[in-house]
Write a protein that binds this ligand. Structure first.
Ligand SMILES: Cc1cc2nc3c(=O)[nH]c(=O)nc-3n(C[C@H](O)[C@H](O)[C@H](O)COP(=O)(O)OP(=O)(O)OC[C@H]3O[C@@H](n4cnc5c(N)ncnc54)[C@H](O)[C@@H]3O)c2cc1C
Length: 454
């Protein structure tokens, strides 16, 4: 009897997915799976869903994926999203400015504008978005204060067992690690000794702040304060965009940081306004005005990513990783969460296909179908997401005039930023969905799942 035939009675069984981590990706994935009647439980280490008090923006690719995962996610985003510029006539262009320009005339500082598509840049306050997303997730599928310690995979048979740091355990047919940049699932999947299990420090720090819009607008003028702008310059850059229905200005200042930091270091610590003011002291008046608006105390984030040691696989058997857990990137394209939303769409569709396989009573057991789904996810998502991680690091050098190819040639800088941004924004989502389906069917029918993934 073949391996597949030996499972022929299990096709009617439902399956249950454990999602480890309830950040943006875990929650959006959960909403997508619930919509497709997949049984899930989210295990989150915190006492409640939490996001830091900072802004996040979504570009066209992410918004379209949200729509396909569950239209309610787009409604949630629209409830909290802030238009770029005039709400009645949003500005769909991202602006790149010469941060060193010493003139007072704002318009003269803009080097180029990039069309992001109709409402192709939606900024919001992270905590506000989370509050809306949570409304789409019933309480009974969430377990808080559950910090995963490890899991045990019994192989082909039976359920996976999850062990939490509080001593409790749980079971599931498959595990999806959405547990962020310091993912435990990734470490177990790739092995403790594997350098790819750990993110490394990019030697960039990010100072993040939210400034009340009335203060920002009176210092900068309405036009500048209510529109996104990226200020470029040597070895640093500064980004701002409005959030919270234009009641707050989200500011992120990126600086070099020569300190050595390891995986176990903290991701953030209190930073001081003085450090930022000093770093931008010789920049133009616009940037100096913005840094002077900052609060005395602000958060300083150390930017880690997976660029140096990309994961050789995103799945093994019935375990996979998605979002930052799989491909944490530095934030210079402003699209890491959006790329995680693409993952959530791919996984939602794949697990829907598993349900369909089970309902049709195909030859595959649910273990085989789940393994095929995760192998398909790996096959389709790894190349784009790892390109994104590398491009995020690279584009930082372009912004900061440190890239050998583009230097301080603004035409070359424009072309480089344009094609990379377009590759992110104009993603062929239908093509991705076709690919995941083809891959899934191929892996289910054939035996082309690499040994390393079983
Ligand atoms: C300065 C900065 C600006 C950014 N700006 C943007 C932007 O404008 N647009 C954009 O698209 N992206 C942006 N990003 C990237 C974006 O923030 C991330 O890609 C995104 O938040 C990752 O979401 P996630 O759900 O994968 O991980 P996380 O948000 O990190 O969520 C992981 C969750 O898992 C939980 N967890 C961790 N370990 C365990 C465990 N062992 N057991 C149980 N639970 C666990 C955590 O508590 C957390 O809730 C930015 C990033 C930075 C640093």
């Amino acid at each position: 009897m073949s391996k597949k035939e030996s499972h022929s009675t299990s096709h009617e069984e439902q399956f249950e997915i454990a999602i480890v981590g309830g950040g943006i990706c875990g929650l959006i994935l959960a909403i997508g799976l619930l919509k497709r009647n997949v049984k899930i439980t989210i295990y989150e280490q915190s006492q409640s869903f939490r996001e830091i008090g900072a802004g996040v923006a979504f570009t066209a690719n992410a918004i379209q994926c949200m729509r396909l995962i569950h239209p309610g996610i787009v409604d949630a985003l629209k409830t909290v999203a802030t238009s770029n510029g005039n709400p009645d006539d949003p500005n769909d262009y991202l602006q790149f400015a010469d941060g060193f320009n010493q003139k007072e005339d704002e318009e003269s500082k803009i080097i180029f504008k990039l069309y992001a598509g109709y409402r192709g840049f939606e900024g919001c306050h992270r905590a506000h978005l989370l509050d809306e997303l949570v409304k789409l997730v019933p309480d009974n599928v969430v377990r808080f204060c559950k910090r995963l310690d490890h899991y045990v995979d019994p192989g082909d048979e039976g359920k996976l067992k999850l062990y939490f740091e509080d001593g409790s355990t749980a079971e599931a047919d498959a595990v999806i690690g959405c547990d962020g940049i310091k993912s435990k699932v990734r470490r177990i999947l790739l092995g403790e000794e594997n350098p790819a299990s750990y993110p490394t420090y990019s030697h960039k720090s990010a100072f993040r702040a939210l400034i009340p819009m009335d203060r920002a607008a009176s210092a900068l003028g309405d036009e500048l304060a209510r529109n996104q702008r990226m200020h470029l310059g040597p070895s640093a850059h500064l980004l701002h965009f409005p959030v919270a229905h234009q009641s707050l200005l989200n500011v992120v200042a990126f600086l070099d940081d020569s300190t050595e930091r390891s995986y176990s270091s903290r991701l953030s610590e209190p930073g001081s306004k003085q450090e930022v003011v000093q770093a931008f002291a010789s920049w133009g008046p616009t940037v100096r005005t913005i840094t002077n608006l900052l609060d005395d105390e602000m958060d300083k984030w150390f930017i880690f990513d997976t660029n140096d040691h990309p994961a050789p696989k995103y799945a093994s058997g019935r375990v996979c990783i998605a979002g930052d857990a799989a491909h944490a990137a530095s934030p210079h394209h402003g699209a890491g969460a959006g790329i995680g939303v693409e993952d959530a769409l791919a996984l939602s569709r794949l697990l829907e296909l598993v349900t369909e396989s089970m309902e049709k009573g195909g030859r595959a057991s649910k273990q085989e179908a789940l393994t095929a789904a995760f192998a398909a996810f790996d096959a389709v998502r790894r190349e784009r997401t790892q390109w994104f991680v590398g491009s995020s690091r690279m584009i930082c050098n372009v912004y900061e005039l440190n890239n050998a190819e583009t230097g301080n040639d603004m035409d070359k800088i424009y072309e480089e930023i344009k094609w990379r941004s377009h590759k992110i924004w104009h993603f062929d989502i239908d093509g991705m969905l076709r690919q995941v389906e083809d891959q899934y069917k191929g892996k289910l029918d054939g035996d082309n799942i690499p040994k390393s993934m079983l």
